[in-house]
Design a protein around this ligand. Structure first.
Ligand SMILES: Nc1ncnc2c1ncn2[C@@H]1O[C@H](COP(=O)(O)OP(=O)(O)OP(=O)(O)O)[C@@H](O)[C@H]1O
Ligand SMILES: [Mg+2]
Length: 378
């Protein structure tokens, strides 16, 4: 379970510390450009290191230049938490660090610690691949979602034995098809949850549909190998929803909010369920009532899955209303554009607010300026 996260010189975060409470549902709020997505991105990189090395994350050795806080020469991101296994509860830590040595040269390293033995690996090929199991269990099954409606609605197919909705929302239909055939009870619960968020929906269906795919091809001429793409039409699947009105609506004609809710719930209800789910702009496309229902459903899913933790960014007081102040991390920029972050329960008037206002009302009334209050020319 991720307990804390620290970002040093990651974009607008010069020094940001997040202390997550035990609720396993955490919101990031703050004005546009306050650094919410950056927190999810930094954490996503940390999780990717369980499976990939720094080279594949940063693509080229100059790219840290785009994420280091302007004027700084060292980035570091570290996460730490608990691990429940065989009645032991060791504390783990995992981090990556990039240090600028010259104009074009960054030297990176990763390190981890279980109990009290820190290990550090230098170089671009460093990763957590050889770290002990708790690091993989805690960070490896992370999903970062930026769902795109067009991808959710598209007819699609998957070659995977166990299909999964991808970060951008593609492969929803094959994933639902798999869930319906292999885990019908899970599929049923998913359907009930979607109906709770979007009451107009009666049934989720998946039907066969033509999908155009591009396959890489190679040919040889004069001793040289040429690569090209061949377009092919195959049979995949598309989502169809039966509505209360009796209509059967294909995914491309279903409302955007409905597709986003379906995509989110499918990820959360998949058999290979992630441990940590990072969601950017969780309320996009949803009516205030549907937003509240979505939070109720999230709480039900978390209750039923003791290893699941969800961190999301939001701009919605309706979403925040469904949370306790300790679940809300408020981000604000200083005059110089650096992010400061405090939990809403650190607000000086929290005791009064708890008795008088809902969490959403309190945030709406106080905004974010209190986070940086008293800082002069920071
Ligand atoms: N290298 C850098 N150094 C300093 N600041 C940076 C750097 N790169 C990006 N930024 C700043 O980091 C911030 C990134 O904000 P981010 O995308 O995380 O905001 P957000 O809270 O998700 O906003 P929104 O609500 O609009 O999605 C921006 O203010 C941007 O100007
Ligand atoms: Mg953002």
């Amino acid at each position: 379970m991720l307990k804390s996260l620290e970002l040093i010189n990651f974009k607008s975060h010069r020094s940001t510390h997040l202390d997550l409470d035990d609720s396993r549902l955490h919101a990031l709020v703050g004005q546009n450009s306050s650094g919410k997505t950056s927190i999810l991105q930094a954490l996503h990189y940390l999780s990717l290191l369980t499976d990939s090395d720094l080279t594949s994350i940063f693509a080229n050795p100059k790219s840290p230049e785009t994420i280091v806080t302007v004027g700084q020469d060292k980035i570091s991101v570290s996460g730490s938490g608990f691990w429940k296994h065989q009645n032991k509860k060791p504390i783990w830590e995992a981090s990556y660090e990039l240090q600028k040595r010259s104009v074009d040269f960054w030297s990176p390293k990763v390190s981890w610690k279980i109990d009290q033995e820190p290990i550090t690996i230098d170089g671009w090929s460093a990763s957590f691949k050889n770290a002990p199991k708790p690091i993989h269990q805690e960070l490896g099954q992370t999903v970062y979602l930026k769902l795109v409606v067009a991808n959710l609605a598209r007819a699609d197919y998957s070659e995977a034995i166990t299909p999964r909705v991808k970060s951008d929302g593609s492969e929803l239909a094959p994933t639902l098809d798999y869930l319906r055939n292999e885990t019908p009870e899970q599929f049923q619960s998913l359907q009930e949850m979607l109906k709770q968020v979007v009451p107009g929906v009666q049934k989720i269906g998946v039907r066969r549909a033509k999908v155009r795919i591009k396959r890489p091809k190679f040919s040889q001429a004069d001793g040289k190998i040429f690569s090209y793409e061949e377009s092919q039409e195959i049979v995949g699947q598309e989502v169809v929803l039966d509505m209360n009105t009796g209509d059967r609506i294909p995914a491309h004609a279903v409302s955007e909010g409905t597709m986003l809710a379906l995509g989110l719930l499918t990820v959360l209800m998949s058999p290979e369920q992630p441990n940590l789910v990072l969601l950017d702009d969780v309320e996009q496309g949803l009516h205030p009532k549907a937003q509240r229902e979505l939070m109720t459903v999230f709480k039900q899913i978390i209750q039923a899955n003791p290893n699941l933790q969800i961190i999301f960014s939001t701009h919605s007081p309706y979403i925040v209303d469904e949370l306790m102040p300790s679940q809300v991390h408020v981000l604000s920029n200083t005059n110089s554009g650096f992010t400061r972050c405090k939990r809403l329960d650190e607000h000086p008037d929290i005791e009064w607010a708890k008795q008088t206002l809902t969490t959403g009302e309190f945030w709406d009334a106080e905004g974010e300026d209190w986070v940086t209050a008293g800082e002069v020319n920071a």
